[in-house]
Ligand binder design. Structure first.
Ligand code: DP6
Length: 359
């Protein structure tokens, strides 16, 4: 695999001090990534909607110093120094050093905050790592001003992937594919690409209400879960199926067959969790309220001839997806019938977004 294009070229401008702020989104996968090999190479292609309201805002202050052996940084999360987040970020910097050697020439101070409530169970690694990647690319652009916009996004996604796989899908929007797939032109295991085909209008400004069913720390992290796909009895079939599902999803997104969309999205969510149930050791991330909510969604869809559906990520929270024209009715349904299943009645109304923004 050719990664040499991502190694930063020689320095053209000396930058003594700089500061950049980026807002980058979370994303929700329609066809799921679950299973990887080193270094952060997915076992199958995945596709996600980029979100809009769930995002991270990160500022990095760079200050030039003597080149050092290891990366020198301080990390503040929501105004407070966070020692427990440092090892993950330190690992990330180590992994990307080869591609961004200039980070050894700076002291970095990182300030980060999320738009969603702290410990809401919403994965913040996707938005968190893509935000750091975008800040690094802003510095790289100042050092090497000839970098094209397209390359900046591609390398940001490449870097973000090395921190967290799904973060590779959190640079652009509204739909991003990560993982080599024969029917998606330009797709790669190394970075995410915008879904290149024309999308039917029913999927424009798609809505996502995230029900915060369980805000607790997950008992099994995504990293551990991915690893359990090695030696998993159904792994090979699952990877094959996911790639086939991406082919089907590409057709659905273009043609607008919403019933097929619902079917595929819900099947992907349940298959992801079926992989967890059949891992060794096995584990369950859904909670009783996750199942109650799913049943309510199915009843509502049946009774109201609605097109809502659900998906899940690696946790108990439920994403309720639906077309924009159902917004009013679904908001009422969620408020009146689903909020009771959420911790402190909390849920987040979101919609599809366009990706990272410099602010
Ligand atoms: C279930 O990207 O969190 O959300 O690469 O180990 O950081 P790491 O895993 P992560 O896995 C996300 C898995 C998922 C499905 C998806 O987003 O495609």
């Amino acid at each position: 695999m050719n990664t040499s294009e991502f190694i930063a070229k020689s320095i053209e401008n000396v930058v003594e001090k700089a500061s950049y702020t980026w807002q980058t989104p979370s994303n929700i996968a329609l066809v799921k990534y679950w299973g990887k090999s080193n270094p952060q190479i997915p076992k199958n292609a995945s596709i996600s909607f980029t979100l809009n309201n769930c995002h991270t805002i990160t500022t990095i202050d760079f200050s030039k110093k003597e080149k050092s052996e290891s990366v020198d940084f301080d990390l503040f999360f929501e105004g407070k120094q966070k020692a427990e987040f440092k090892p993950k970020i330190a690992d990330f910097f180590k992994r990307i050093q080869e591609y961004c050697p200039y980070i050894l020439d700076y002291t970095m101070t990182i300030h980060s905050q999320n738009s969603f409530p702290h410990s809401s169970g919403i994965a913040s690694s996707a938005s968190g790592l893509s935000a750091i990647a975008m800040c690094l690319m802003s510095l790289e652009k100042e050092i090497n001003p000839n970098l094209a916009e397209e390359f900046i996004n591609k390398k940001a996604s490449f870097l973000a992937r090395l921190g967290s796989g799904s973060a590779s899908r959190s640079v652009e929007g509204p739909l991003v594919v990560w993982g080599t797939h024969p029917e998606i032109e330009g797709s790669s295991d190394l970075f995410g690409v915008k879904f290149p085909l024309k999308v039917h209008s029913i999927f424009k400004n798609y809505q996502d209400i995230i029900l915060l069913v369980d805000k607790g720390e997950k008992q099994v992290s995504s990293t551990v879960g991915h690893n359990l796909m090695h030696n998993h009895p159904y792994a090979e079939n699952r990877f094959f199926q996911a790639n086939e599902n991406l082919t089907k999803m590409a057709t659905i997104l273009q043609g607008g067959d919403i019933k097929e969309f619902i079917n595929l999205v819900e099947s992907e969510a349940l298959t992801l969790h079926a992989m967890m149930l059949t891992s060794n050791p096995y584990f369950i991330l859904m909670k009783p309220n996750t199942l109650k909510v799913i049943q309510k969604i199915w009843n509502y869809r049946e009774e109201n001839n609605s097109n809502i559906c659900f998906t899940l990520d690696a946790g108990a929270n439920v994403h309720v997806l639906f077309p924009e024209h159902e917004k009013e009715a679904v908001n009422e349904f969620v408020k009146n019938e689903l909020a009771v299943y959420c911790q402190k009645n909390q849920y987040i109304c979101d919609n599809v977004g366009l990706g990272a923004k410099e602010i």
